[in-house]
Ligand binder design. Structure first.
Ligand code: T1G
Length: 703
């Protein structure tokens, strides 16, 4: 097998090129090849300096994550970085695209660094539940100082090439191709008689206890429960008091601790699975249709958000509203969103102007969509309204155009059946705010053509969305499962828990907020409307949170009315508990003859998650989700499930399905209607299998 590391001499410079597609990950063969290339350079009198390059779109994508958890193979990455740093002659690297994690640590082992415009230099390790483990926590602070290192490393962040030069992380901003820029710099250094400049021997950064404590407090609050970010701060602190060898030893100790944590397993699970949702057997070899011009019907919150998200993804957008006033309102909303992107540095001003003057327009006539490749409607959630919109789209849009609905629960198959082209109809369920939330549920009726599904996934990628394939049912994957664990909360409240205890327990588990805070945020009228919609088909054995209906009738709709489950004072952060709500719930319990008991935080968490997993097993069984990983990614990207737990299905596996099933069977003794154990869960336990086994079985033959 050819080595992924080549060595050639050009004008007295040893050019060492790493070519390990797709991201030049520093797997064993690369580490071995790089080690040997440095040895060859050290003994090569024809080489006055060395230039390290990464072939392709980026320099180095970091350690090979797929090697984690496997027996390490020498040379280790920290040893390799030390080997580069110890070279007797200057080693330069030129960084294009990205130098991430171990990739940046290799660059820090080099004596000089050229950063090409557009490149990002970062240490994302904490997002994988580990810390930089090849000297990043020791060398970066020596180069850029403690404060800047505390900004970058615990955030898993990166800096652009220009900033890298400003802060001293890179020595020069390159021009043209990375190799030419690197060679030019190497020649200059040789001409100047520059000596090797080992970063590791630079003085320790000045300690600053206040900055360290501020960073610890920030990350403990912002990413509650995560350990790696705090561990990274400990490693950075070590750099302030120890020489490089001692500091590296401390970093290694902490790194090994993190490698063994369930959080590392969860975050790596998330990393690989978010890249698998688009790998569907049904799409193998299927070519998506080209989509560059889309229509959005409806300029309300969702429609404007979808339009803005598509514009930010480089698409041409025509937004249809019913009249000029509504169109102007939508125009203003989209403009405000793009202005926000400019303010946050996510969009250049001139790009915003070009979008607003060229790529975006509103219209009140559907004929404006005659050459659109795809249209997505985000009109009122009513089947008659949707049917009328689709009839018009069916009439005006060109053959081969995709007709999509953003409905969050209506039957997409039924909508498709009202058109002359059901094979071109699909569901694109965006989450609000659509220009922020990454999740997109691609809802696929049986009538949809595979290339239309492939087109939806290609559109999602263009829009920077993570798409998950969902089947047709009420609520698809996420909202259907949400309604189950939401109902488990109501059952606990009816049985004696306060909504405030439930919210606290759910937050302590790692969710961003509890179900009652979430209800107040979204508006309690939404829950009320859903209960009304389902009232005619509700099973008489089911419970009704009558207190929630009472809150609605009292006009207590949540944050938007200042009162819901909580009281929201003007300018106060969050809501305060309300004894009146507890009285109201007590009356509801009495009216339903419910007896009261205490709930511990652990039991609330367990029941909440058991309800989620039990319904998820049904969703899998029915094929609404094809793999457990699709459910994991749905909850990571659409519902704020704590990423360091990997996803609810990964959590269930780590808890053990037998214990989870035993709990559900015990709950079923008191409430057989709600706690019916899902047949798939029983089958997996009987067969000694896990949800991960289902993932492995499915993705084996994926695209
Ligand atoms: N190791 C192994 N596989 C990787 C990988 C990596 N580091 N990075 C990407 N892949 C795979 C990915 O799974 C996908 O596989 C394919 O490459 C294309 O990825 C000691 C220990 C570099 C910005 O965290 O951020 O260094 O699905 O679709 O959009 O301190 O990949 O095709 O089979 O994402 O062009 C630190 C992680 C590791 C960077 C490119 N490095 N990667 O984005 O491609 S820990 C990272 C990324 C570390 C040291 C520690 C992105 C990218 P498949 P992609 P992309």
């Amino acid at each position: 097998m050819t080595t992924p590391v080549s060595y050639e001499i050009e004008d007295g410079i040893a050019v060492i090129t790493i070519d390990n597609p797709p991201v030049n990950a520093l797997g064993h063969a690369v580490r071995e090849g790089l080690w040997q290339a440095i040895d060859r350079f050290a003994g090569d009198d024809a080489a006055k300096a060395a230039l390290v390059l990464g072939e392709g779109k980026l320099f180095l994508g970091g350690a090979d994550i797929s090697e984690f958890g496997k027996p390490p193979k020498e040379p280790s990455l920290p040893d390799l970085v030390g080997h580069i740093e110890a070279a007797p002659k200057p080693v330069i690297c030129a960084i294009q695209g990205a130098a991430l994690g171990g990739g940046l640590e290799v660059a820090l082992g080099c004596h000089y660094r050229v950063a090409m415009p557009g490149a990002k230099l970062g240490l994302p390790e904490v997002t994988l539940g580990i810390i930089p483990g090849a000297g990043g926590t020791q060398r970066l602070p020596r180069l850029v100082g403690l404060k800047k290192a505390l900004e970058i490393i615990p955030a898993g962040g990166s800096v652009a090439a220009e900033e890298a030069v400003e802060i001293g992380l890179a020595d020069r901003l390159g021009e043209g191709a990375p190799k030419a820029a690197g060679l030019a710099y190497a020649r200059d250094l040789v001409a100047d008689g520059a000596a090797p400049h080992p970063v590791g021997t630079l003085p320790c950064p000045e300690a600053d206890d206040a900055a360290l404590e501020e960073a610890r407090a920030h990350w403990a609050r912002r990413n509650r429960g995560e350990v790696a970010r705090l561990a990274a701060i400990d490693a950075i602190e070590a750099a302030c008091a120890r020489d490089i060898a001692d500091g590296m030893a401390e970093e290694r100790r902490i790194f090994q601790e993190m490698i063994d944590t369930p959080q590392r397993a969860g975050l790596i699970h998330a990393f690989f699975n978010e890249r698998k949702t688009a790998k569907l057997p049904e799409l193998k070899g299927v070519t998506p249709r080209d989509v560059s011009r889309i229509g959005v019907i409806g300029g309300g919150t969702m429609g404007s958000g979808i339009a803005a998200s598509a514009l930010l993804g480089g698409l041409d957008v025509t937004l249809i509203e019913r009249d000029d006033a509504a169109a102007e309102k939508a125009q203003a909303t989209v403009t405000r969103t793009l202005d926000g992107a400019v303010k946050r540095g996510k969009l250049a001003e001139d790009k915003r102007d070009a979008i607003l003057s060229g790529a975006f327009r509103t219209a009140t006539e559907y004929d404006a969509l005659s050459d659109a490749d795809l249209a997505v409607e985000a009109v009122f959630e009513d089947m008659d309204v949707k049917t009328e919109v689709f009839a018009t789209l069916d009439r005006v849009m060109k053959p081969g155009a995709v007709l999509a609905t953003n409905t969050s629960y209506l039957d997409v198959a039924a909508i498709a059946a009202t058109t002359s082209r059901p094979a071109d109809v699909i569901g694109l369920h965006f989450f609000s705010p659509a220009h922020v939330m990454k999740l997109l549920e691609v809802v696929v009726p049986d009538t949809t053509a595979p290339e239309v599904t492939a087109t939806a996934f290609a559109l999602a990628k263009k829009m920077g969305k993570t798409a998950v394939r969902a089947g047709v049912c009420d609520g698809f994957i996420g909202n259907r499962i949400l309604s189950a664990y939401r109902a488990s909360a109501d059952r606990m409240v009816l049985a004696g828990a306060s909504p405030y205890e439930v919210d606290r327990a759910v937050r302590a588990f790692g969710w961003p907020m509890g179900p009652y805070e979430m209800g107040d945020l979204a508006g309690l009228d939404i829950g009320y409307a859903t209960r009304q919609r389902r009232a005619t088909t509700r099973d008489p054995r089911d419970i009704v949170p009558t207190w929630a209906d009472e809150l609605y009738h009292l006009g207590r709709l949540g944050q938007k009315t200042g009162r819901g489950y909580y009281i929201y004072e003007e300018g106060a952060r969050g809501g305060t508990e309300d004894p009146e709500v507890l009285d109201l719930i007590e009356k509801a319990r009495e009216a339903q003859g419910a007896s009261r008991r205490e709930f511990t935080e652990a039991e609330i968490q367990r029941r909440y998650m058991a309800a989620l997993v039990n319904e998820a097993a049904r969703v899998l069984e029915e094929g609404i989700a094809q793999r457990p990983l699709d459910i994991d990614v749905t909850f990571l990207y659409g519902y704020g499930f704590p990423r360091w737990r990997g996803g609810p299905m990964h959590w269930a596996d780590s808890e053990g399905l037998p214990a989870l099933l035993a709990d559900i069977e015990r709950y079923a003794e008191e409430d057989p209607f709600f706690w019916q154990p899902a047949p798939l869960l029983k089958r997996l336990v009987a067969e000694g299998r896990s949800f991960q086994d289902l993932n492995d079985a499915q993705t084996g033959d994926a695209a």
